[in-house]
Design a protein around this ligand. Structure first.
Ligand SMILES: [Ca+2]
Ligand SMILES: [Ca+2]
Length: 201
């Protein structure tokens, strides 16, 4: 994690002075992400949405890993931690619900151009999902597993396939944990558009 954060650290030096269009791009990306986070579809985010997300990830990568560890409980715990981090930032009135505007505001203030904020709030969850996908524990997964991960997180299946295929692979055709987490970090900390999570048509 420290390596990932330090690799991204130079972006923190441009915290001030990004253009309105960059912020608009980021807002649009997070607005789309909000929809895919709302797993029960009631129009706001609650602890339940994060638990549904954990259950979906556990179903996507069922059974114990080769080291015998079942990932259901670690996923539920990581999702709860993720919820707590987002709620601390976003749920200003403490009613246990995050609206679309609160979510976008929280991502903007807590993660955009802030790799350390991302590392604190969202990284543990994505590490837990990677661990669940990485059945043999060698810190590498197949491109198909990356695609499966994106779909479990709410991505459109066709777009998940395309985005998964864009990841760099090693000599064995596998995608490393660092590659996956760097892509996730770029998603949350930069304005660069990314197509896996889109608004419902
Ligand atoms: Ca919801
Ligand atoms: Ca593996």
């Amino acid at each position: 994690m420290a390596r990932l954060v330090s690799a991204l650290a130079p972006t923190t030096t441009i915290r001030e002075g990004f253009s309105v269009s960059e912020l608009d791009d980021y807002r649009a990306k997070m607005a789309a992400r909000f929809h895919t986070f709302d797993h029960d579809g009631d129009g706001h985010l609650t602890r339940q949405d994060f638990q549904l997300m954990a259950q979906k990830a556990a179903r996507a990568f069922p059974g114990p890993r080769s080291d015998g560890q079942d990932q259901t409980a670690p996923l539920a715990e990581a999702a709860d931690q993720y919820w707590n981090g987002m709620a601390a930032l976003a749920d200003a009135d403490r009613d246990g619900r995050i609206t679309r505007e609160e979510f976008i505001g929280a991502a903007l203030s807590g993660m955009h151009q802030d790799p350390e904020g991302f590392a604190r709030i969202a990284l543990p969850w994505h590490q837990a999902v990677f661990t669940a996908a990485d059945h043999d524990g060698d810190q590498r997964v197949s491109v198909a597993a990356v695609e499966c991960m994106l779909v479990a997180l709410g991505a459109d299946p066709a777009q998940a396939r395309r985005v998964a295929a864009e990841h760099r692979t090693d000599a064995d055709g596998l995608v490393t944990e660092n590659e996956v987490l760097s892509a996730v970090a770029a998603y949350y900390t930069t304005s660069t558009p990314q197509q896996a999570f889109t608004m419902p048509r």
